[in-house]
Ligand binder design. Structure first.
Ligand code: HEM
Length: 127
């Protein structure tokens, strides 16, 4: 039933579903012993709010991301490509668990992967 006229944001179910996904996603992240330590001094309610904005905007929703630039937030925290891969793995599991259409899941993961260098500060192999 996925309507290709709709943007990704609408196809996954809009604000309500994105809010639910972010909640479940961060429950997984903070339950992962390798990722948990990064979030020890973070306000999770603010982070969830910023992530809702970020994901809504990244999926072409009618929302503007008002947080700080991703490279500014993440550089200097010791986040490696391996942490990034774990993070994306939890996102994949969260989307699949919610029954999001396979093609939409792939599109979302592809978009999120484009931010790898801004998060880890390492040079990517592409380009
Ligand atoms: C593409 C992947 C990622 C995206 C899109 C993303 C996005 C964001 C956003 C939007 C914020 C909030 C910005 C703000 O408060 O202004 C944030 C904060 C944060 N992110 Fe990420 N993030 C990603 C990957 C990661 C990874 C892999 C880690 C660690 C393993 C991480 C650790 C953090 C931490 C610790 C904060 C909170 C910083 C604070 O306490 O102010 N992020 N991220």
């Amino acid at each position: 039933m996925s309507d290709k006229q709709q943007v990704l944001y609408e196809r996954v179910g809009g604000e309500q579903v994105i809010s639910e996904l972010i909640h479940k996603f961060y429950d997984r992240i903070t339950a992962d012993p390798q990722l948990k330590p990064f979030f020890e001094n973070t306000s999770m309610s603010k982070l969830r709010r910023m992530q809702r904005e970020f994901f809504s905007a990244a999926l072409d929703g009618p929302i503007t991301y008002t947080g700080r630039p991703l490279s500014y937030i993440h550089h200097g925290r010791g986040i490696t490509k391996r942490h990034f891969a774990l993070y994306v793995g939890h996102l994949l599991d969260t989307l699949q668990d919610r029954g999001i259409d396979d093609q939409d899941v792939q599109d979302i993961i592809a978009r999120i992967n484009t931010y790898a260098d801004e998060i880890t500060g390492e040079m990517g192999s592409a380009g």
